[in-house]
Design a protein around this ligand. Structure first.
Ligand code: AMP
Length: 286
């Protein structure tokens, strides 16, 4: 496995791979790797001859007062884990390599970036879309692998790829969870023992809501109210940013099931100083 720091070197390597007709996949991460990240690598390895992983804690997607400085980092550990998982190239640039002092171009995916995390974290998705487009330009792989865990991000990236006619196929991969249902996340490390014990309440409530819809409940406001009450009652939940039921494609809020659309149920809640997100999708009834 090779660790690359420079954009120039990365571009040279992928150009060489393309010349020899090798298929390439990219997994973008902020590091502090866990099994969720590795599931993306596994999927990429199944499809592609060579797999790139990017590790970059992107300052542009953190708001003022968010956890950019304390975001967990473990470069040596990550390199060992990635190599073991079969990653061929890690691109781990310094911030200055990615954002030159005079950078003034940003990518804004309007509409989809508006609700949920976009409303609670202004500028977050602009930072995400900008870095992902930059990484796709630096490493123009055939396929890119993203987790459903960050559902809104995935929807935004898909829209950006379609709107900008990018030549990259987005592959979406299921959320990997702990045994008790908590979605794996680098941020889980922040949780105290008690917070960790209580955190699966988000997934439990998402599942209950899904069941209510599947059992025929038409009043989504009622489902949201009930879920909100359950989550807020938990003494370890400091704040519930949102609990929403939306159309899974366009992310428009749903008060009831309209047609046969896929339905997204998504939540973001604070356990102490740690903000966790999760979601569940109800697939269209065929
Ligand atoms: P991050 O390092 O948190 O920015 O995540 C990098 C990629 O890993 C994104 O595509 C995430 O959606 C994906 N990812 C993070 N956690 C999980 C998980 N628990 N299951 C599946 N994919 C995940």
């Amino acid at each position: 496995m090779q660790i690359i720091r420079s954009i120039k070197k990365c571009k040279k390597i992928i150009a060489g791979l393309k010349k020899s007709s090798q298929t390439t996949g990219i997994v973008t991460t902020m590091g502090y790797l866990h099994k969720g990240h590795l599931s993306l690598v596994k999927a990429a390895k199944q499809d592609c001859d060579k797999v790139f992983m990017t590790i970059f804690v992107n300052p542009a997607q953190f708001g003022p007062g968010e956890d950019f400085k304390k975001y967990p980092r473990n470069p040596e550990g990550d390199a060992a884990i990635a190599e073991n998982a079969g990653v061929d190239y890690i691109f781990a640039p310094e911030t200055g390599e990615i954002y030159r002092k005079d950078s003034s171009t940003f990518v804004e995916v309007s509409g989809l970036s508006g609700p949920m995390c976009g409303r609670k974290r202004p500028g977050h998705f602009r930072g995400v879309a900008t870095i992902v487009l930059k990484l796709f330009n630096i490493i123009p792989a055939d396929r890119a692998y993203f987790g459903e865990k960050d559902y809104q991000q995935l929807a935004i990236i898909k829209k950006m790829v379609s709107d900008l006619d990018l030549d990259i196929k987005i592959i979406q991969c299921p959320t990997i969870r702990e045994k008790d249902g908590l979605a794996l996340s680098s941020r889980n490390k922040y949780l105290s023992k008690e917070e960790r014990k209580n955190a699966p309440i988000i997934y439990r409530t998402l599942k209950q809501s899904k069941k209510m819809i599947e059992d025929g409940e038409k009043d989504f406001k009622k489902i949201v109210m009930q879920a909100t009450r359950i989550i807020k009652q938990n003494p370890y939940v400091k704040k519930l940013d949102y609990f929403d039921i939306r159309n899974a494609e366009i992310l428009e809020e749903l008060n009831t099931r309209i047609g046969n659309e896929d339905i997204l149920i998504a939540a973001a809640a604070w356990f102490g100083e740690t903000r966790l997100i999760d979601n569940i999708v109800i697939k269209e009834k065929k």
